[in-house]
Design a binder for this molecule. Structure first.
Ligand code: SAM
Length: 333
């Protein structure tokens, strides 16, 4: 059996997130960033489908077993099906998934499933049409809802809906989101807002810790903690009594999970990011044709993944440790 891939602190790293574009078809007020240095770079500098394939091969040969495609908005990439087909054919890859805002999912869900995508995460921050349009700067909620229906029909399950909790913006919708888990095969995961590049001011205005979720969701039905690995992800899970789906909490600030961090990221412009909170990057662009060199760079990224023992435990101190130099659309959140 292949040896498990681990970093310098013994954490098993089996999960690679590859960003395929920096462009997005929504402009969420909390995600878009102001300084020009955080804005998307030229499309011609992005990894090609072939380069993404070679990176995927190198990662799986090293011992990674799961890949997620993200962005920007990955469904904007004209060759997304080719990228998925290539990666899904890699022997040893156990899970290929995709994160999307769902706007283009209605027309692509079945093709994605045929191309080898096993499941999707959908980012959705409001179930109210006007609020959704305001958060996303003009997005149409109906498109996302149709995308969710279609993804469930296409068997892209378990389907996860990711909600960034924002004070005064969507915290009044916690129960509505939680109720989605009652009768459909989907999980709703609430995520704490992080202070990514250029967003310190926004973070201070809109950050809310996830403590309120349990209280609010518990008003619908008794809430039961669900134990288990859940694919090794960062969420802790609960289930409303009698519900089909689960409610997940992802608290990178108030209850960090760095000691369980199992991932590396590759940006759309070909850099490995060992940690979301750090500005350190390892450039792959001079070795994109050479799988052995790519593996060496991944090993280097594992070597420099930060010490989980030095991570601050309060949200405010954790924010002080944030050194990221890219917006989430440029990292592949
Ligand atoms: N376009 C795809 C989507 O919407 O899922 C993938 C990229 S998007 C940047 C990935 C996720 O990052 C979304 O769920 C978005 O809400 C989340 N996100 C963006 N900025 C964030 C922040 N500062 N803190 C926490 N999550 C953030």
């Amino acid at each position: 059996m292949k040896k498990k891939l681990a970093d310098s602190y013994g954490r098993e790293v089996n999960y690679l997130r590859i960003s395929v574009t920096e462009q997005c078809n929504l402009s969420c007020f909390y995600c878009r960033t102001d300084p020009a240095s955080c804005s998307p770079g030229p499309e011609e500098l992005l990894l090609s489908a072939t380069e993404i394939f070679v990176i995927g091969q190198a990662a799986v040969e090293l011992g990674m077993t799961r890949i997620r495609l993200t962005g920007g908005e990955p469904l904007l990439r004209p060759d997304i099906l080719e990228i998925a087909r290539n990666l899904s054919g890699i022997a040893g890859l156990q899970d290929l998934s995709l994160t999307t805002n769902g706007i283009l999912l209605e027309e692509t869900a079945f093709e994605l499933a045929r191309a080898g995508i096993k499941r999707v995460n959908i980012s959705l921050d409001s179930l109210d049409e006007a609020n959704f349009a305001q958060i996303t700067c003009g997005g149409k909620l109906a498109n996302v809802l149709k995308g969710i229906d279609r993804a469930l029909l296409a068997g892209l399950v378990p389907l996860k809906i990711n909600v960034v909790l924002l004070k005064g913006i969507n915290d009044s919708e916690i129960q509505k989101f939680a109720a989605l888990t009652m009768d459909r095969e989907l999980d709703v995961r609430f995520i704490e807002y992080m202070p990514t590049c250029g967003q310190k001011g926004k973070w201070e205005s809109f950050f809310l810790s996830l403590d309120s979720i349990i209280k609010e969701a518990g008003k619908i039905a008794p809430l039961i903690a669900v134990e288990g690995e859940h694919g090794g992800g960062p969420a802790s899970y609960y289930r409303l009594e009698g519900a089909v789906g689960k409610i997940g909490l992802i608290s990178p600030l108030s209850r960090h999970f760095c000691d369980r961090c199992n991932r590396l990221r590759v940006t759309a412009d070909g850099r490995i990011k060992p940690c979301l909170f750090s500005s350190e990057e390892i450039d792959l662009r001079d070795c994109l044709k050479d799988r052995e060199k790519i593996k060496d760079r991944f090993r280097e990224a594992l070597r420099i993944k930060p010490d989980p023992g030095k991570v601050a435990c309060s949200a405010l101190d954790r924010v002080g440790q944030f050194k990221g130099n890219r917006s989430m659309t440029r990292i592949g959140g």
